[in-house]
Design a protein around this ligand. Structure first.
Ligand code: IMP
Length: 194
């Protein structure tokens, strides 16, 4: 029987992406499944801290082994911003459309469009904490393109491609993305340690 592992997220897109990758190794249990509807605070100053805040919260409150991810879009010309502030870049509303508008405004007329997505996954397994990182480099374009994915996907073209994540769709995104890379590291670890 596969081990059950809580994924501490309320983001349906993240759940779908990660479930596709881990499906042969563990059964993902969502926050909804454990009846957790809390808004877990992300007050850390790094992705690592925020990922740990989320997994620790679930582990302490419910006692389950679990993992959480935190992701940031790091833009070279903005010295790595929005980074850990990616969700609240345009304010506290977690409004992806407003975040995109703000980012495109900040980059208006800026030649250097280099950026990268970075995901950190924290895992708590049998009382021990582990971190896994995934990074994908690419460029921020000037106008949104595509309807798949979520967040900043319509304005990010991964290196080696001509289309945004939102145009490429989940099948390709899930082979190359920041989250896919971190999730594959998580899977390799789980295979060896469960
Ligand atoms: P968090 O990891 O949920 O805190 O996400 C931080 C911000 O980055 C949010 O605005 C998300 O919408 C955005 N984000 C997270 N993962 C992705 C992704 O895979 N593609 C595009 N945007 C993302």
């Amino acid at each position: 029987m596969k081990k059950k592992l809580v994924f501490a997220t309320n983001n349906a897109h993240k759940l779908e992406e990660v479930s596709q990758i881990v499906k042969d190794i563990v059964d993902i249990v969502s926050l909804n499944d454990i009846n957790c509807h809390d808004d877990i605070e992300e007050t850390g100053s790094t992705l690592e801290e925020n990922a740990l805040l989320k997994s620790r919260y679930i582990n302490v409150k419910y006692g389950f082994d679990c993992f959480a991810d935190d992701t940031g879009l790091e833009v070279e010309a903005l010295n790595g911003l929005p980074g850990v502030y990616s969700a609240r870049y345009a304010g506290n509303a977690h409004d992806s459309e407003a975040n995109i508008v703000k980012l495109l405004n900040e980059l208006e007329g800026v030649q250097n469009r280099n950026a990268r997505f970075r995901t950190v996954i924290s895992l708590i397994l049998n009382g021990e904490e582990y971190l896994f990182e995934g990074i994908i480099s690419g460029k921020i374009i000037t106008d949104r393109k595509g309807n798949n994915g979520f967040g900043y996907d319509p304005i990010f073209i991964p290196e080696g491609y001509y289309n945004t994540f939102a145009e490429l769709g989940n099948e390709i995104k899930n082979k190359i993305s920041h989250r896919a890379q971190a999730t594959k590291k998580l899977c390799d670890f789980l295979i060896k340690n469960m």
